[in-house]
Each structure stands twice: as structure tokens, then as C-alpha cells.
Design a protein around this ligand. Structure first.
Ligand code: UDP
Length: 244
């Protein structure tokens, strides 16, 4: 479905952003493109945009209901959402409950190890530099955020984690880790932005023991496990009617 929208403002790997006739709002279209390993691996997965849009809408509604500030305004159709315009802070805010992915490549931690407390890892969003892990002091030196804003970012990320960990448990799913982006709206308020979808988090099926079969997220694409769309559909089926 095509919506009535203004100019294309930005096109990323998985989404397009269009202006609207309200300067404080933009429309986001979710695409079917899948990329991994800094876009070295690419594919089209028909129907992925729809599921990511619907899952993101559901998650952002839950976060808003629990009092967290998000840019989400409305799901306009299966692949379009209306959001507040934000200036994104160029940081990937990753929260981890269970060791996986880069944490296991870069430390001796074994995949599947439960962390004693949620770990927040911040990455500098810069494709040319390969999105490096960054320290709080480097963030301040680069002028990306003040120490007060870094504190606020971490608080919001941890609150998101405790709400969503409990939410996914109700669906029989373990929230292993996820990536958030945040930004400031035109009034200068810090908001959770971008998306929350299986493209940006790790979700393991608690009803399955096998370490690869339990994977429900984009690792199915990264690791060539197949069944990407089916598992995204299954996530949506399990969460869509959970009142939380
Ligand atoms: N992630 C993301 N975009 C990125 C890098 C990571 O959405 O550019 C997500 C990823 O899907 C996972 C979490 O952040 O849920 C932690 O990713 P990790 O650092 O383990 O990197 P990876 O193993 O994916 O390279």
C-alpha cells in the first residue's frame, strides 16, 4: 500500500523516511531488504518489511504505555508508521542479557552465558569505521552526548530491557540482546526511535532446546539457517494479542 507522503528524506538499509505536511512528523516505510555484516550480505525477503513494521508498532505501544518516551505515533498500514521527527544520536545502544554475537567474539564469554546484570554496550554509528565499540569519555570528546545525556540514554535502555524481557517471556521467548537508537525531537526531548524488530534483537524460543533451532531473529539470515520469514511471523503471532 502506498501512502500519501512528501519528499524522500532518507533511505537506509531497511527503511525509507518521507516528509509529511506536519514538520514535526515523518512517515517511515519498512522495506523487504535484508543486510548483514555491514551490508556485505544482502537479500530480499518478501514480507519482512510488513512483519518488522507490525512488531515495531506493537513494541513501541507497550513502551509508551509503560511511560517510556518513544517517537512512535501510529501504524498507518502494514508497512508504514507515523513517527515524530528526531535527530538521531549516532550511537547504537545495545543491551545484553545473555552472551552472544560480538560479545563472544571479543571476550572469552561463551554463547548462552547468562550475564549477572544487563550489560550496555555503546557503538559509534559510522559505516566507514565499522561501528566501533565506544567509551563514555570518547562520546563526550566527540560531542555526541554529554555525560547527563549518556546517563539518560542508559536509564532508558535498562527500563526498555526490563519491560521487554518480561513481555517476551509471556510469549515463551527469551530476549537475549537488542539494539536501540535514540534521538531528540524538535522540542529537544530524548526519545527511543528507529525500530524494535527481529532485525535488531536476538530472540530465542524457550520451547526449543536445540541451539540453532531456537533462534527466531535475524541470526537465521546471518547464519543461513533458513525460515527467516516464518520465524518473524511466529514472533508476531505470539506477541500480537498480549495485553501488557
Ligand atoms: N545489532 C544491530 N545492528 C548492528 C549491530 C548489532 O541491530 O549494526 C543488534 C544485533 O541484532 C544484536 C545486538 O545488536 O541483537 C548485538 O549485536 P552484536 O554486537 O552481538 O553484533 P553481531 O554479532 O550482530 O555482529
Amino acid at each position: 500500500m502506498k501512502l500519501d507522503h512528501g519528499l524522500l528524506l532518507y533511505e537506509g538499509k531497511a527503511k525509507r523516511v518521507f516528509s509529511t505536511n506536519n514538520t514535526e512528523e515523518v512517515l517511515v516505510e519498512f522495506k523487504d531488504d535484508a543486510t548483514a555484516f555491514n551490508a556485505q550480505k544482502r537479500a530480499q525477503i518478501e514480507g519482512k518489511g510488513r512483519l518488522n513494521c507490525l512488531i515495531t508498532g506493537k513494541i513501541f505501544k507497550i513502551l509508551s504505555k509503560r511511560g517510556l518516551p518513544t517517537h512512535f505515533l501510529n501504524t498507518e498500514s502494514d508497512t508504514w508508521m507515523l513517527v515524530q521527527k528526531v535527530n538521531i544520536i549516532p550511537l547504537e545502544i545495545v543491551v545484553r542479557n545473555i552472551a552472544s554475537g560480538s560479545l563472544c567474539r571479543e571476550t572469552p564469554l561463551r554463547p548462552g552465558k547468562e550475564l549477572s546484570a544487563p550489560l550496555i554496550d555503546l557503538y559509534y554509528k559510522d559505516d566507514k569505521l565499522g561501528d566501533p565499540l565506544i567509551t563514555d569519555q570518547r562520546i563526550e570528546i566527540l560531542g555526541l552526548a554529554s555525560s547527563e545525556i549518556i546517563y539518560e540514554i542508559k536509564e532508558l535502555a535498562l527500563k526498555t530491557n526490563s519491560i521487554l524481557r518480561e513481555f517476551f517471556l509471556k510469549a515463551g521467548i527469551l530476549l537475549v540482546d537488542f539494539k536501540l537508537e535514540m534521538g531528540f525531537n524538535l522540542k529537544g526531548k530524548l526519545l527511543i526511535a528507529d525500530e524494535f524488530s527481529p532485525d535488531n534483537c536476538r530472540l530465542w524460543d524457550l520451547n526449543v532446546d536445540d541451539s540453532t533451532q531456537k533462534i527466531m531473529d535475524k541470526d537465521r539470515f546471518r547464519l543461513d539457517l533458513g525460515g527467516v520469514l516464518d520465524s518473524y511471523e511466529e514472533i508476531y503471532r505470539r506477541i500480537k494479542d498480549i495485553a501488557f
